[in-house]
Design a protein. Structure first.
Length: 469
């Protein structure tokens, strides 16, 4: 048996395994012996039936078992000898099993790339010192008071200001005709309404852009307002058109901030105003560190994608799967946000194109990081995986069983996925340790990034404990 792997271009390969007639005959004899020993034939005890009766009764099953063993042994031998990792089958052909004739099978597939990456040590990364200004704390404190406040009727004669809630009547026309003449029943609310509420200022509304135009209007005042509907507006009849509205303000409600009192402090777990300000500063510092850490990760990923050896072919089946998963998540998220179905459909080509670009970058980075992990012998032993599962979940085995059930996969597959995730995390830490850092905030950012990643300690793997490289 001699496996041959042909390159079909990109990540496509053709595996051909051939067995001689002598190898087929030997395997047939091996399987037949098992059936002679254990096969049941009426009138005979197991192991005592004539071979001719065994062949007659179990002929099809024997042929199938011969085929399964030859295929399995040949495939495993090819994996070991030719060192490839299949990711998707494309086509499969095989000969029928016949004693005295050779057997072969041909499998066309996509395989994982094996890039050789260089230049990943000494990547330039910058971290600036985090300095939260007093004004930022003041603004956040003001926002906390506003969020905890309540709306009250504004004093008589008060004009609407940004953030006020305005009650008003409106009626629209288009090209001199009442707007409701050209709209179906589902869109009649765009033509006219009584006691409609909207937030003054830059806030989304059923009528696009009306918020800023309410600023400065007082109860009892009527104004003519132009509303320009965008080209992708949910109501097709209004897309790209400008309608005229007569708007009469009826009532204004203004947000009254919550006082800086004991109730507010207690709500936020603070003893007093100074303590609340300290907590706000800490939260702003964490947010700033989060933002800077994301910037560092983006810079690291961008540099990895530009490393020598990073321009390699990707398995198109994996790209397609990753892209489809991203499109599904984006569409679901847009639907949860309330975007109309037709608007999502109108942008599906753009969504798909962006998803494919992201999918390619994501997959390329995974293969790059895995290649670096292999080159640097970064691994996770079975013992370390077990300890990590216990530290994160308490009962690691129960967690794995639950995950396997929910994902409809095997427990080994779940453990392999977790092992891979930990190994990639360790590889990222390796890259960060070996980067060329600059800036006066390096220590704070690196400490923050390490604290944000739940991982087992980096260290040498125990020999003989199932270390996985």
């Amino acid at each position: 048996m001699q496996p041959i792997l042909n390159d079909l271009g990109g990540c496509r390969r053709e595996l051909k395994v051939e067995y001689s007639e002598l190898e087929v005959e030997a395997k047939y004899g091996e399987v037949l012996d098992d059936y002679v020993k254990y096969g049941r034939v009426n009138g005979f005890r197991p192991g005592h039936a004539p071979e001719s009766l065994i062949r007659r009764q179990y002929g099809k099953q024997i042929a199938k078992d011969v085929r399964d063993r030859l295929f399995g042994e040949g495939y495993r031998a090819a994996l070991a000898k030719l060192e490839f990792m299949p990711v998707a089958d494309i086509d499969f052909k095989e000969d029928p099993i016949e004693v005295g004739k050779p057997y072969s099978f041909t499998l066309k597939m996509e395989v994982a790339p094996k890039p050789e990456i260089t230049g990943y040590k000494g990547i330039a990364l910058e971290a600036k010192k985090i300095d939260i200004a007093d004004d930022a704390v003041d603004q956040m404190l003001k926002r906390i008071c506003l969020d905890a406040g309540r709306f009250e009727d504004a004093a008589e004669g008060t004009a609407a200001a940004a953030d006020d809630i305005v009650s008003f009547d409106y009626a629209g026309t288009l090209d001199g005709h009442p707007l409701d003449e050209g709209l179906d029943a589902s869109a009649k609310s765009l033509a006219s309404a009584k006691d409609f509420f909207a937030r003054a200022g830059d806030y989304p509304s059923v009528l696009p852009g009306i918020g800023p135009k309410l600023v400065g209007m007082a109860p009892g005042e009527t104004r003519g307002i132009e509303i320009a509907f965008p080209d992708d507006f949910r109501t097709e009849a209004l897309r790209g058109k400008t309608a005229s509205y007569s708007v009469t303000v009826k009532k204004i409600r203004r947000l009254v901030p919550h006082a800086l009192d004991e109730e507010l402090f207690k709500r936020h777990g603070a003893a007093d105003e100074a303590d609340l300000r300290a907590k706000i500063r800490e939260a702003l510092e964490r947010q700033a560190l989060d933002d800077q850490a994301r910037g560092v990760e983006d810079a690291l990923n961008k540099a990895l994608l530009a490393c020598p050896g990073a321009d390699f072919d990707l398995p198109e089946s994996e790209v397609e799967s990753e892209k489809n998963s991203l499109v599904y998540r984006i569409v679901q998220e847009n639907a949860r946000r309330g975007l109309p179905e037709d608007e999502i459909r109108n942008h599906i080509d753009e969504i798909t194109a962006n998803a494919e670009k992201t999918a390619r970058e994501t997959l390329r980075l995974r293969y790059i990081v895995d290649a670096i992990a292999k080159a640097e012998k970064i691994s996770v032993s079975t013992r370390e995986l077990r300890d990590w599962l216990r530290s994160q979940t308490g009962d690691g085995d129960a967690f794995v069983r639950d995950m396997a059930k929910r994902q409809k996969t095997t427990e080994d597959a779940v453990r392999a996925e977790i092992r891979t995730t930990i190994r990639r995390t360790r590889t990222q830490r390796f890259l960060l340790r070996n980067a060329a850092w600059s800036g006066d905030g390096v220590d704070a950012v690196r400490k923050h990034m390490a604290a944000e990643v739940q991982d087992i300690p980096d260290g040498a793997e125990a020999a003989g404990d199932g270390a996985d490289a």
